[in-house]
Every structure is written in structure tokens, then in C-alpha cells.
Ligand binder design. Structure first.
Ligand code: HEM
Length: 242
């Protein structure tokens, strides 16, 4: 395995596979988020119920939130390996070719050229996003543990949070369109007869992800989704049942 990681081809494969793990998470996360589109519900918002289920999943066989933490460890490891691999490959390529390519290389898409830049912006977004909705450390709008629907509702009443999320989705879309395509190439799944299909497939997946994620802030901001049931929010913010 160490030998595999040391070789450039091995590193490329590992970057591709860890990228695929991260995209797998994104597909599940988008589907999970779409539960918000069911609104605040009569007693409990569907997305709050879903968030609770994520923590309870595996009980009583496994301790509380065990699966959630296992997934977190896998995701973080995949992210660290993905970034380390790319940084090392970029360094290696630079060392192998100290004279820079002319600024514009023929046949390279904007996405391909911008992979390092969009990747860095996505990393910054993920840190901000976890501080906002997981650790609840950003208190510009009300946030409370377990009240995912209310947290999203209040955040996306602010145009600047909507702008940050839609902006991030633009970079994520660019990064993934080239990333998914490169995944097929790295694993040798591309071939002249299949390339058009693979390229269109990559674009379709990215469009589904961007529209699926982007619809949530837009639905909250445009008031298509109702405010959270005040009672539930007051209960949680005060920390005691009303
Ligand atoms: C508008 C789009 C998005 C919405 C509404 C959203 C919403 C949320 C919410 C509410 C949580 C906390 C979940 C909980 O406490 O149960 C969360 C966690 C998270 N989100 Fe998102 N998210 C969005 C886009 C993204 C994107 C594009 C990424 C990755 C690039 C991402 C990565 C994560 C990660 C890594 C976590 C932490 C998961 C954990 O608890 O371990 N999210 N998101």
C-alpha cells in the first residue's frame, strides 16, 4: 500500500477514490437536506426527525451516535488523504517541469485549470459550514441544538447567507464537473466511444447536486417554506419545555 501511495499513479488513484467517497457523502447529504422541503410539520419538522434518526441509528446494538461518528472519521480521513495526495502530486509535477506552461493551455477547460483554487474555496466553505450548522458557533442568527429546521430557516432569511451558499455551490459545481470526469479517466474507464456519455453523466450528476442543495436556501429565502413552529423553538432556546 505504501508503495502504491508513493507512485504517482497510485496517488492519482487514491485521490480519485477518496473524491468518490466525498461525492457519495454529498449525494446522501443533499437527499437528507431535502427533508427540509417538507416544512415545519405539525409537531416536528421532518428534517429534525431525520437529524435525530442519524444520531439514534444503530442503537441499541451500538452506542448513541456511533454510526454518525464512524461516518465523520471516514469523511475526515478521505478529505485529508484527498488533499494530501493532490498537494504532493502538484509539487511533483512542478519539480518535473520547472518551466511553467504558457498561461493558457490549449484544450484545457476553465474547471480543470481552477481545480486547486476551487478546492481551497470549498475547504474554507466546509469549515464555515460546520461552524454554522454543526457546532453552532456562529450566532448571527438564532441556532439551537436539534432544531435543524429552525437553524436553516433563520440563517436563510439573510440574503448574505443565501449568497455565500449559492456562491459555494458554484465552486463546488466547477470542481465536481472536472473531478467526476477525471475519476473515470484515472481509473481507465474512459474510451472514445464512451467519453461523450461519461462527460454528460458527470454534468448531469453535478446539476442534480447543485440544484438539490441550492433549492434549500432559495425555498427558505422566498418564504415558500413556513417559519418554524415558535413553540418548539422557544422550548429549545430556553432549554426547558414550555
Ligand atoms: C445549501 C446546502 C446545504 C445545507 C442546507 C446544509 C445543511 C447542513 C446541516 C443542517 C448540517 C448539520 C446537520 C446536523 O446537525 O444533523 C450540515 C452538516 C454538514 N454539511 Fe451541509 N449543508 C449544505 C451543503 C453542504 C455542502 C455543499 C457540503 C460539502 C461540500 C456540506 C458538508 C457538510 C458537512 C461535512 C457537515 C458535517 C456533518 C456532521 O455532522 O458530521 N454541506 N449541513
Amino acid at each position: 500500500m505504501i508503495e502504491f501511495w508513493r507512485s504517482s499513479i497510485g496517488k492519482k488513484n487514491i485521490v480519485a477514490v477518496t473524491g468518490a467517497i466525498l461525492i457519495g457523502y454529498l449525494i446522501l447529504h443533499m437527499l437528507g437536506n431535502l427533508n427540509s422541503a417538507f416544512g415545519p410539520g405539525a409537531n416536528e419538522a421532518r428534517v429534525d426527525w431525520y437529524a435525530g434518526w442519524l444520531r439514534d441509528f444503530g442503537e441499541p446494538l451500538l452506542p448513541h451516535a456511533f454510526i454518525l461518528w464512524a461516518v465523520r472519521v471516514i469523511l475526515l480521513s478521505a478529505l485529508v488523504i484527498h488533499i494530501t495526495g493532490i498537494v504532493q502530486l502538484t509539487k511533483r509535477n512542478k519539480e518535473a517541469r520547472p518551466v511553467r506552461y504558457p498561461a493558457k493551455r490549449l484544450g484545457r477547460s476553465v474547471e480543470a485549470t481552477a481545480m486547486l483554487g476551487t478546492g481551497a474555496l470549498i475547504l474554507a466553505f466546509i469549515i464555515f459550514h460546520i461552524l454554522q450548522f454543526t457546532t453552532l458557533s456562529i450566532h448571527v442568527t438564532p441556532v439551537a441544538e436539534g432544531d435543524v429546521y429552525a437553524n436553516l430557516y433563520y440563517a436563510f432569511q439573510k440574503w448574505y447567507f443565501v449568497a455565500i451558499y449559492l456562491g459555494a455551490l458554484l465552486f463546488i459545481g466547477m470542481h465536481l464537473r472536472h473531478g467526476v470526469w477525471s475519476f473515470f479517466q484515472t481509473l481507465g474507464l474512459d474510451s472514445p466511444s464512451r467519453n461523450a456519455k461519461l462527460r454528460h453523466g458527470s454534468t448531469a450528476l453535478v446539476v442534480i447536486l447543485v440544484v438539490g442543495f441550492g433549492s434549500i436556501p432559495v425555498l427558505f429565502f422566498t418564504d415558500v417554506l413556513d417559519p418554524p413552529r415558535t413553540e418548539a423553538v422557544l422550548t429549545t432556546l430556553a432549554g426547558v419545555p414550555l
